[in-house]
Design a protein around this ligand. Structure first.
Ligand code: ADP
Ligand code: AMP
Length: 223
């Protein structure tokens, strides 16, 4: 025994990175493995839009245009979701925070112990976004080349016809990448200053990224 103490695994983890970097893909798998909740504010908002709630109606136009939904609406939806018991064991936050105001607010609710920054080139991002297709019923995510469904155009889980997200069209992609650079990139400095930021090389296949991702999340894991 060398007396070294392994730190506990982080329970409150933020995935930071541009749209299309693969955050949702990785979070979905790892959350199941760890027994954590996968909390995607994009998914939560899309459910509200699909259900036609007042919050969904207020968010829809911003989302279609690739703009951020106002902080108050996103905070309201996330606050409700965090109260559900499945978030108690731990959570992977995907797509939140996206502004400094959101980061400051979640710090008041709960400590964030680890922030993983997905790093990838712009050309790869655009290819990932342009080829993404989703199931409008269950939210499953596919890619035309990297992760095609078994039957072209149909969800593996429920057979529903896959669709392209309105914000994955070229005009909205441009806006989203610009919004990311302006509003969300400053969070890298915010979390670096707190000593919780780790970089993840998000290039390569989903399986390759998953190996690197798990390593970062393991107690004492290093980049
Ligand atoms: P984000 O949640 O960061 O917006 P997604 O996880 O939805 O990104 O991934 C964006 C698209 O890229 C999806 O179509 C997904 O299937 C695909 N994808 C995810 N990870 C990879 C990868 N490592 N290589 C190639 N395509 C990927
Ligand atoms: P995503 O699924 O993470 O790509 O998010 C899709 C869209 O939902 C974004 O382009 C925003 O319009 C909105 N959205 C998701 N999360 C947030 C957030 N934390 N703050 C503001 N808008 C958000």
């Amino acid at each position: 025994m060398n007396g070294a103490v392994t730190p506990p695994r982080a329970r409150h983890i933020v995935l930071l990175g541009p749209p299309g970097a693969g955050k949702g893909t990785q979070a979905g798998t790892l959350a199941k493995e760890l027994g954590y909740a996968h909390l995607s504010t994009g998914d939560l908002l899309r459910s509200e839009v699909a259900a036609g709630t007042p919050l969904g109606r207020a968010a829809d136009g911003y989302m279609r245009a690739g703009q951020l939904v106002p902080d108050e609406l996103v905070l309201e939806i996330l606050r409700g979701r965090l109260r559900r018991p499945d978030a108690e064991a731990g959570f992977l936050l995907d797509g939140f925070p996206r502004t400094l105001a959101q980061a400051a607010e979640i710090e008041r609710w709960t400590p964030i112990e680890l922030v993983i920054s997905f790093e990838i080139e712009r050309t790869q991002l655009i290819a990932r976004l342009a080829g993404r297709r989703i199931c409008p019923r269950c939210g499953a995510v596919y890619h035309l080349d990297a992760h095609p469904p078994r039957e072209p155009g149909r969800c593996d889980r429920d057979g529903t016809e896959l669709v392209q997200r309105p914000d994955d069209r070229p005009e909205a992609i441009e806006v989203r990448l610009r919004v990311y650079a302006e509003a969300t990139e400053p969070l890298l400095g915010f979390y670096r200053d707190r000593g919780v930021l780790r970089g993840l090389d998000a290039s390569g296949s989903p399986a390759e990224v998953a190996v690197r991702f798990r390593r970062l999340v393991e107690p004492g894991g290093t980049p």
